[in-house]
Structures are given as structure tokens and as C-alpha cells.
Design a protein around this ligand. Structure first.
Ligand SMILES: [Zn+2]
Length: 117
């Protein structure tokens, strides 16, 4: 699989990760709030799912769609937290983060299936 060959640049910083979050991914960087989070396999898997989504959308379009969808969900749910959790990219990541083999079997553009009402 072509996407198996990129290298993740891991950065530990409590300042670069927004309040209320422990991790953040902007390909090829993965930002974690603290060193101990490196051992949190579920969190790392969640962020790796975002890396894959970003790559599949050639990075910049991912963030444009992410931003637009957040605004749409915000109007829909009127809560930043609920809007965030119901974004298609987050739905895919949260629903599959516990399956550590998910990325090995995931289909290309799988996030498409999470764009629903
Ligand atoms: Zn996420």
C-alpha cells in the first residue's frame, strides 16, 4: 500500500495542542500534549486515521473541507463540542480508533461513508 511509507514527525508540546485536546495532526506532523501520550495506542491510532484522511485529500483540501463541515455541523448542532464529534472525519476516527488494525484494511476515501446527516 502506497501510504505505508510516509514518516510521521512526532512533536510533544503542550502549547501547540489546543485546550481541550490531547493530540493534533497536520500531515506529516503529529502533536501530542505530553510524552506519556506516545504510549496511548488508541490516541495514536486516531491521529493516524487523520493522517491517512489528510493524505487522501492531498492535505490542504482536507482542512478546507474540515473547516466547512465544522461550520455546517455548528449550525446543525449549535454546540462546538457536538459539532466536532459529528464531523465525518471525526466519526470515522472515533468509531475505528479502538481497532489497531483498522488502517491496514481501510478502503481508500473511507471517510466518504461518514458524510451523513
Ligand atoms: Zn480527531
Amino acid at each position: 500500500m502506497i501510504f505505508a511509507f510516509y514518516r510521521i514527525v512526532l512533536i510533544i508540546s503542550k502549547y501547540l495542542v489546543p485546550r481541550g485536546f490531547v493530540g493534533l495532526t497536520v500531515f506529516p506532523f503529529m502533536f501530542l500534549k505530553s510524552e506519556t501520550l506516545k504510549r496511548n495506542n488508541v490516541l495514536i491510532n486516531h491521529e493516524k486515521i487523520h493522517l491517512r484522511q489528510q493524505l487522501e485529500l492531498l492535505i490542504v483540501p482536507f482542512f478546507i473541507i474540515y473547516g466547512i463541515e465544522f461550520l455546517v455541523r455548528l449550525i446543525q448542532y449549535k454546540s462546538r463540542k457536538v459539532a466536532y464529534r459529528n464531523m465525518s472525519f471525526e466519526r470515522e476516527a472515533y468509531q475505528n480508533e479502538g481497532d489497531l488494525n483498522f488502517l491496514q484494511k481501510r478502503a481508500f476515501w473511507n471517510f466518504i461513508y461518514f458524510f451523513k446527516k
